[in-house]
Design a protein around this ligand. Structure first.
Ligand code: GLN
Length: 276
């Protein structure tokens, strides 16, 4: 006998009592994956086909393993576009949109070169390329798997002014070749308890040595020779890392250091300008 949607709605509330977010994700799944309408979901108690039922059982099995919805749907919305994501890359975070927004307001000039160091899904670099069609963006990553994902997103979104480069941070970039370097590097310490909730995401994209500061140090050390005069380095960082990241930028010759807050009013983005 075929089952109706209400059967699964109840099953989900029984499996995760009090966990409203999974019920919300379930509704989202029904719309996105099975293309069901609000009427079918909320009013008609729609009767499911065998394939739809299998798909829902698959959703439930993956949620039992705590797989994030974006990986289940292989899709993540970032800065107004849908990006393909899978466990090869980090799921884009809303606070990263603040970094993109800040750069989009800079009025980048035609022909300027922007580097997205540790591009992952490509969400930062591709969003910048889309909103600034007159600039050139290079998305760097040390993970070949993530470059595959970034290229898939470049092709899906038809972005011509974004190119991926395999590179250990800025190592494969020519000296004095870019105007702006942006990065959301891994910045979680490997002892951080938040990691327990992130066990489906690539560890390489999340953790860094030296209390999460190692990659800020490497990039800040490499950046001055790669940037053109007056160039800018912009980082996303952990909410308790503002002081250390500012200090690292200062030590490497950056001036006019400025920090922006995220939606929770946590210091999250720090920027510096190369003084000479
Ligand atoms: N730049 C990508 C993002 O912001 C990847 C970041 C990372 O892997 N640390 O999502």
């Amino acid at each position: 006998m075929s089952k109706n949607i209400n059967f699964f709605k109840n099953k989900i509330t029984e499996t995760w009592p009090g966990k409203k977010d999974i019920s919300t994700e379930f509704i989202f799944y029904l719309k996105e994956k099975l293309h069901l309408s609000d009427v079918s979901i909320y009013i008609d108690d729609y009767s499911l086909s065998k394939d739809e039922e299998n798909s829902i059982n698959q959703f439930i099995a993956l949620k039992k393993q705590e797989v994030p919805l974006d990986y289940i749907l292989e899709k993540s919305s970032f800065y107004g576009n849908n990006f393909f994501v899978d466990p090869r890359v980090l799921i884009p975070r809303p606070e990263t949109e603040i970094l993109v927004d800040f750069i989009n307001k800079l009025n980048l000039q035609s022909g300027e070169i922007v580097i997205d160091a540790g591009t992952g899904s490509g969400c930062i670099g591709i969003s910048l390329a889309i909103h600034n069609p007159h600039i050139k963006v290079y998305g760097l990553d040390f993970s070949k798997e993530s470059l595959e994902v970034a290229n898939k997103n470049k092709n899906n979104l038809k972005v011509e002014n974004f190119t991926t480069i395999y590179s250990d941070w800025l190592s494969n970039i020519e000296d004095a070749s870019c105007n702006l370097i942006v990065s959301n590097p891994p910045y979680i310490s490997s002892e951080d308890k938040h990691l327990r909730d992130l066990h489906h995401e690539p560890l390489m994209a999340l953790t860094a040595l030296d209390n999460g500061l190692a990659d800020f140090k490497t990039i800040s050390r490499q950046a001055p020779s790669k940037l053109l005069k007056g160039g800018m380095l912009a980082f996303e960082h952990g909410y308790k890392q503002e002081r250390e990241v500012s200090e690292i930028l200062k030590k490497n010759g950056f001036k006019n250091i400025e920090t922006l807050e995220d939606h929770q009013s946590h210091p999250r983005i720090t920027i510096g300008i190369l003084s000479n």
